[in-house]
Design a protein around this ligand. Structure first.
Ligand code: DP6
Length: 342
């Protein structure tokens, strides 16, 4: 178990993944989003990072051990990242670092780990900065640094619901860092996310490549309008506790994201036959049960079932049947309160 130990210049954090309700898809400039997005911060799908820092260094990552193994590709990614943030965190150039990390979810689960990993790493960096530099640890700065590492990571440092991007309907929203959306109805306070693992394979096209395909996408401007409208409707639905409008935007966002992939040039498909089959089952069951259980999907084939905790028992019954019928596994997660120091 990783642990902070100030006497050894060692800081450890756990940070969660998040699931987007309105998707960030397409970017410009230095990791700036094409549209505003909102996500739910999770609780159990986390990355743990332990960063040891050495004064009088040169901004080098000496080693990166992920779940007991040296990871050269990930180490190179973090090194590039450190080299790129000297203008906003110049102090890193005067230290060297060695890193241990692990995920609380299986690597093969097909869950995007960059949001949790990058936010855990950056929380460690910001904590170190607050000790060796003149900055106090604040979430805005952490979120900005996380955004520069991976867009969606900027929302993972925010408790409960994080908003990233400018939007006329949400004045605090800005493109530089994520902020909390706190004005939701109490019916959205206790939410679950059951992740149905349809396929465990690593995705064939990275999110970064997908974002890049939005630059010349024929539906680019239509997507910006759609995302802005969806954001407005979803925020309002959460403010007044309207699950039906919430669910209809949630599912529209998921299918639109995959529609954009299907219509990119080159086009690609991340959904699997069972992704669609389980969506059909969910719709039938929802029609019969009349329960507010809706799906979303990230850049992969797995379904996230989003619903208020109060209907958990009924959803468990539905998932039992889905597991048997489609031979899939399920990871149970829920809304969470953001990164924690270990
Ligand atoms: C589909 O944050 O992984 O999950 O900024 O290139 O690291 P980079 O992309 P990333 O994109 C995530 C896209 C998404 C939707 C979302 O989380 O909003």
């Amino acid at each position: 178990m990783f642990k902070s130990d100030l006497t050894k210049n060692r800081i450890a954090y756990s940070a969660p993944s998040n699931i987007a309700f309105v998707k960030y898809w397409g970017k410009h400039g230095r990791q700036l989003p094409m549209n505003a997005s909102i996500s739910m911060t999770l609780s159990r799908c986390c990355s743990h990072f332990q960063v040891q820092y050495y004064p009088q260094g040169q901004g080098r990552i000496k080693s990166l051990i992920f779940e007991g193994q040296e990871q050269t590709a990930f180490k190179a990614r973090l090194q590039n990242y450190l080299d790129s943030i000297h203008d906003v965190a110049g102090w890193v150039a005067e230290y060297d670092f060695s890193i241990h990390s692990e995920n609380t979810f299986p690597h093969s689960a097909g869950i995007a780990s960059s949001a949790s990993a990058m936010s855990a790493f950056i929380m460690c960096l910001c904590h170190i900065e607050s000790m060796v530099g003149d900055k106090t640890l604040d979430l805005e700065h952490a979120s900005l640094l996380a955004r520069l590492a991976s867009g969606s990571a900027c929302r993972s440092v925010i408790p409960h619901y994080g908003v990233w991007g400018e939007h006329t309907g949400f004045p605090a929203g800005n493109d530089q860092f994520a902020v909390a959306f706190e004005d939701f109805d109490t019916s959205f306070a206790q939410m679950n996310d059951d992740i149905v693992i349809v396929d465990q394979a690593e995705k064939s096209v990275s999110s970064s490549a997908g974002h890049a395909l939005m630059n010349a996408h024929p539906y680019r401007s239509g997507r910006i309008d759609q995302a802005n409208d969806n954001f407005r409707v979803l925020i309002n639905a959460m403010k007044v506790g309207d699950f039906e409008s919430f669910g209809s935007v949630l599912e529209n966002e998921a299918l639109s994201l995959h529609g954009l992939m299907l219509s990119s040039d080159p086009s690609y498909i991340l959904l699997k036959p069972n992704s669609l089959a389980i969506i059909e089952e969910l719709k039938i069951w929802r029609h019969q049960s009349k329960l507010p259980v809706y799906f979303t999907i990230d850049a992969g084939p797995n379904l996230h079932l989003i619903y208020p905790k109060s209907v958990k028992e009924s959803v468990a019954g539905f998932l039992k049947q889905v597991k048997e019928q489609f031979s899939v596994s399920v990871i149970h997660d829920e809304i969470g309160s953001g990164p924690k120091q270990l």
